[in-house]
Design a protein around this ligand. Structure first.
Ligand code: CO
Length: 134
């Protein structure tokens, strides 16, 4: 069902510092910051030859990454994103097998303007999984 690894997301306490780490120190190409109020985060994408790294910073009150940042004040890997062809069919298949879909279970528009869903880490080897329809 799952396809390519679309990105690995790393939550950071300070986005400009994270951008500096990836752009200046590691020499990667980094996108302009994008505010996603619906997701409570500001993101940039680090473009790598075979995948992307998403750097996330808290945006506003009640950000879904705020509890993670409290547990990991210096940041850390927050989720991984796999590509799927049909997000509704994938969701329904996973739910039928007992997997928990976060939120109201309906896809939201992600940072690439495509539908995304998040799956409960306890059902996926302790890792928060994002599905993105491509
Ligand atoms: Co993501």
């Amino acid at each position: 069902m799952i396809g390519r690894l679309n990105h690995v997301a790393i939550a950071v306490p300070d986005l400009s510092s994270g951008i500096n780490t990836y752009a200046s120190i590691l020499g990667a190409k980094v996108s302009e910051p994008q505010e996603l109020p619906e997701h409570g985060v500001t993101v940039v994408f680090v473009e790598l030859p075979n995948t992307k790294i998403e750097l996330l910073e808290v945006l506003g009150e009640g950000s879904p990454i705020a509890p993670f940042m409290e547990r990991n004040p210096s940041g850390g890997i927050h989720h991984i994103c796999y590509e799927v062809d049909d997000i509704i069919a994938s969701r329904d298949k996973l739910k039928a097998q007992g997997a928990r879909v976060l939120g109201d279970g309906e896809p939201k528009t992600g940072a690439h303007g495509k539908p995304v869903l998040f799956l409960h880490p306890k059902d996926f080897c302790g890792t928060l999984v994002e599905l993105e329809q491509v």
